[in-house]
Design a protein around this ligand. Sequence first.
Ligand code: ADP
Ligand code: ASP
Ligand code: MG
Length: 409
Amino acid sequence: MARIVKKFGGTSVGDVDRIRNVANRVKKAVDEGHEVVVVVSAMSGTTNQLVDFCRAAAPMHDAREYDTVVAAGEQITIGLLSICLQEMEVPARSFLGWQVPIHTNDVHGAARIESIETEKLEECLKGGRVAVVAGFQGIADDGRITTLGRGGSDTSAVALAAALKADQCDIYTDVDGVYTTDPRIVPKARKLDKITYEEMLEMASLGAKVLQTRSVAMAMTHGVRTQVLSSFEDLPGTLVVGEDEIVEQEVVSGIAYSRGEAKITVVGLEDRPGQVSHLFAPLAEENINVDMIVQSASEDGTSTDVTFTVPEDDLRKAVKILQDRKDELKYRDLVYTGDVVKVSVVGVGMRSHAGVASKMFDTLAEKGINIQVISTSEIKVSVIIDAEYTELAVRALHTAYGLDAPTDA
Ligand code: ADP
Ligand code: ASP
Ligand code: MG
């Protein structure tokens, strides 16, 4: 007998028939004698709709009330799944985040799980029942409902697996594993049997939303055996593992892209010590995460241009902060756009191989795609390009690094 946490995403619980399909999968594991904790997301589209409601009510709204609204989607699916399980004579009960409780900090909209009390869940499992837990949500010290950021149910699942010392954490979704790149835009993408925690962490943080970044970080820290697999087909999935478990390591193992980026250029900023620090300090104070930065050399030595990226959702706020400080910062102009995408190549093999970045630049140049900003780290190279070239760039890079699946011809 094993203790298993199973997480099902939005598409997998998209209607009552699909929820019944989930219940069938859960029943199978229960019949095999396992203890099962299920984590579910909201039905597909529901969270987006709830977010839109908040924006329609007020573009700048109270983050605590936002969480109250967007956490509602998961309440529906935990109840429906418990009903479906009971219909199949599988004893089950639902838990909202606060009923577990799952304690988080108070960063509403992007809260971090701090601890999970396992007593009630243990009691439920001991009583031979399935615990159906709402993903994406928790409770702050002041008693208010929090949410963990988009895609946060993955993190709920891994955190529960760690807290309950589960033997494995299965993340069921609408694809049958982690691919070399998003299979929805590259039909030749290849499914990986295994991927290292580190690569998955980079892929996720660079836009591969198949797992939320924090869930991978948590799996890595706690050594949670995590698997991504299809909720519709009985196929082996992808295991996220330590580097020692990978036998043959490719130089590049995946390509990720993120559309949620925006680029800001501060034109004609006075070129003197301290200016860049004055520019970024107020953004940091407002929790705006500045990612890639380039400062271009000034022609006459008196002024410079600084280009950087921020999450697209923060663009308005960032621009307002900089406009409000125009006199103080002494820049000439502010140019910004959300029509950019970040494309990245990822692989731990890069540590020991040269030429990965230059191959990326050559490939994009051949396609006539202009690179606007570049950043590198030990295991990734990222570029910012015009959003309209996303598919073209990702497909060309996928081919250039030899990642395309072999054709049957
Ligand atoms: P869920 O609702 O189950 O959490 P998500 O939509 O959050 O599902 O994540 C699954 C999606 O992630 C897939 O449909 C796919 O389009 C996308 N995706 C992006 N990059 C990858 C990748 N490298 N491998 C697999 N899926 C990916
Ligand atoms: N329902 C939430 C979202 O859409 C959480 C999740 O799906 O993981 O972001
Ligand atoms: Mg998801």
